[in-house]
Write a protein that binds this ligand. Structure first.
Ligand code: 5GP
Ligand code: ZN
Length: 114
């Protein structure tokens, strides 16, 4: 989608530090990490957020889960654990409107999510 930051990153028009890629998903390091490990996972298909997902996107949703598990194993934080966050809309402060999942790892996190 034109004017979408993450579509441009997926297309290689904006540089990123790639962590993982398959037919459906792309993952890269967050530019402003909030944990020692902070990775963004996106589907290659542009969807603004979870509210835009339809039955057509069920395979993508599953592929994202598998990509996250693959990344966790490959990057070596599967055993210690990690947190996955998806922000949707205003109250969650979603700033990039291409659905994405934050993977946070590399240290103990708070007991609460917010
Ligand atoms: P949101 O707040 O929408 O859930 O998360 C957007 C995330 O994208 C933020 O954590 C932000 O640091 C990250 N981000 C924004 N612009 C860029 C960029 O140009 N490159 C990378 N690698 N991450 C970005
Ligand atoms: Zn996009």
């Amino acid at each position: 989608m034109a004017d979408c930051l993450f579509c441009k990153i997926i297309a290689g028009e904006i540089p990123s530090t790639k962590v993982y890629e398959d037919e459906y998903c792309y993952a890269f390091k967050d530019i402003a990490p909030q944990m020692p490990v902070h990775i963004i996972v996106v589907p290659k298909k542009h969807l603004a957020n979870v509210l835009e997902c339809t039955e057509e996107d069920i395979e993508i949703a599953g592929r994202i889960q598998l990509a996250i598990a693959n990344i966790a194993r490959e990057q070596g934080f599967a055993e210690n654990g990690f947190r996955v966050i998806n922000n949707c809309g205003r109250d969650a402060m979603q700033t990039v409107h291409h659905i994405h999942y934050h993977i946070l790892a590399g240290g103990m996190m708070g007991e609460k999510i917010v």
